[in-house]
Design a protein around this ligand. Structure first.
Ligand code: NDP
Length: 241
């Protein structure tokens, strides 16, 4: 049987890297994308053998060009994991239009761009898995993150709508909403705030990137064929919606 092809955006660091590796371990052919950090991508590729591709997921034209290259090299995409994301935190009264649009474009437009570009192929082959990474803060809100919470909440609406459009075509569309996971994004928070965060998590620790990756691999599997339009919280019990 030929291997299925999975592409993970922002797949060279943090949660995305764990997802890319979990798919590799599950016997998928994997491509990981990134945008700025060449060193991290080089290190990741050397360690895992997973090819990396550099482009801006917020730019439709760049996604189109790179996806064509990726699919020519490793095959048609069966599984898309929309993981790339950024934060530009600040209370709304201090948020600039560019901080707003950077977050919306990178976290939300990217989901449209990548999904739009793989959907025709998935429909034609009557199989596909689209998994997007939202956040606990898209469900619960978080002060200082109007831009990020808006983008992460919108991913859920997008996925429910697309799930309805594609269910009869063998394509599932689901969302994972991680809580606080031990990655560079979270380590950038001050130690005092991090302690306050951990105190509020019932399991009393940060999550591991591998715990998000395991959910992604399940959602891509044949066993998850009846699971679509759903949002899965992986947050140590911090927010039960
Ligand atoms: P990291 O900051 O560790 O990694 C982000 C990845 O996204 C990197 O590979 C980065 O590439 C890539 N990326 C950023 N901007 C772009 C862009 N414009 N085009 C292409 N790739 C881009 O993030 P995390 O692993 O912490 O987070 C991964 C996802 O999980 C994000 O969507 C985040 O919002 C979400 N999440 C994270 C949580 C956490 O606790 N860490 C909690 C809840 C949700 P490069 O290396 O080149 O910069």
């Amino acid at each position: 049987m030929t291997q299925k092809v999975a592409i993970v955006t922002g797949g060279t660091r943090g949660i995305g890297a764990a997802i890319a590796q979990a798919f590799q371990e599950a016997d998928y052919t994997v491509a990981a994308t990134y945008y700025g950090n060449d060193n991290a991508a080089k290190k990741f590729s050397e360690e895992t053998g997973i090819p990396t591709y550099k482009f801006d997921v917020s730019d439709y034209g760049a996604c189109e060009k790179s996806l064509a290259q990726i699919q020519a090299q490793i095959g048609a995409v069966d599984v898309l994991v929309n993981n790339a994301g950024i934060t530009r935190d600040g209370f709304l009264h201090k948020t600039t239009p560019s901080q707003w649009s950077e977050v919306i474009r990178t976290n939300l437009d990217s989901v449209f761009n990548m999904s739009r570009l793989v959907i025709d192929g998935m429909r034609a082959r009557c199989f596909g898995r689209i998994i997007s990474i939202s956040s606990i803060n898209g469900l619960a809100g978080q002060m200082g993150q109007t831009n990020y919470a808006a983008a992460k909440a919108a991913i859920i609406g997008f996925s429910k709508a697309l799930a309805q459009e594609t269910a009869a075509k063998g394509i599932t569309v689901n969302v994972i909403a991680p809580g606080y996971i031990d990655t560079e994004m979270v380590r950038a928070v001050s130690p005092e705030i991090l302690t306050k965060i951990t105190d509020k998590i019932p399991v009393k620790r940060l999550g591991k990137a591998e715990e998000i990756a395991a959910m992604a691999v399940f959602l891509a599997s044949n066993q998850a064929a009846f699971t679509t339009g759903a949002t899965f919280s992986v947050n140590g019990g911090q927010y039960m919606s």
